[in-house]
Design a protein around this ligand. Structure first.
Ligand code: 6GU
Length: 228
């Protein structure tokens, strides 16, 4: 999977990209991530990339020309132009089935929104898929892009140790339940004990207990998941 990120704050990605799962996946050649500074596509001598909105109002708007030029140039950096995604609170809300559908693709270009947003003609011309990560406002699309990238990368075969686990995670099409509780050593801590069933070695009983725990937790916390 190849991801190209277009942002005005490329340094925000360096900590994220050096994190172990991602870094290993990049070293092993499973994932390629390129971060581009949209400012490099400025057409102005002061490196300007935003301007005041026509009609007035607060904030600055990302200009159409540098953004469109940047996307077109980056599209040409690989054999296929890829799926163009724009992170914006006005987008379709990200969910695990959407991640599963997207993860089939080999290449993505992720445009990170900033300020009061993009000139509408960016969306009209490039027709990106617009994605939000939830009903709250962030200072920019960068953190949302990292969330999206993180969710996509873990679907790439080989990135996780256990190949099946990602298609069976909570919220996926294959599993509408929250996870059951897990324990490790010690068996007792400050009077809190590990449930006996997990220590007994009866795999049928363990599986039954886990299903029951998952169902109970889902009923209590996320009964909406059981409706679908
Ligand atoms: Cl994608 N961007 C911003 N700025 N805020 C958000 C978001 C995206 N998703 C949720 N809130």
């Amino acid at each position: 999977m190849r991801l190209d990120v277009l942002t005005l704050f490329p340094e925000m990605f360096s900590g994220y990209l050096s994190q172990s799962i991602l870094n290993k996946s990049i070293e092993r050649g499973l994932v390629e991530i390129h971060v581009h500074n949209m400012r490099d596509w400025s057409t102005d001598k002061h490196n300007k990339i935003d301007d005041r909105p026509f009609g007035g109002g607060p904030g600055m708007i990302l200009m159409v020309e540098p953004v469109v030029n940047c996307v077109r140039d980056v599209q040409k950096m690989a054999p296929e132009p890829g799926t163009l995604i724009l992170t914006t609170p006005q987008g379709q809300r990200l969910c695990q089935p959407m991640v599963e559908d997207l993860a089939i693709h080999q290449r993505f270009i992720v445009l990170c929104g900033r300020y009061e947003g993009f000139d509408q003609r960016v969306m009209d011309i490039l027709q990106p898929m617009e994605v939000s990560i939830g009903d709250y406002i962030l200072n920019g699309g960068e953190v949302a892009s990292m969330v999206l990238i993180d969710s996509l990368v873990r679907m790439v075969p080989g990135v996780l140790g256990d190949e099946l686990s990602n298609w069976d995670d909570s919220f996926s099409r294959g599993n509408r339940m929250l996870e059951y509780p897990q324990y490790t050593r010690p068996r007792e801590f400050e009077g809190h004990e590990v449930p006996d069933v997990l220590l007994g070695g009866n795999h049928g009983a363990i599986e039954g207990w886990r299903k029951e725990q998952s169902l109970e937790k889902t009923k209590q916390r996320r009964s909406d998941l059981l409706d679908s």
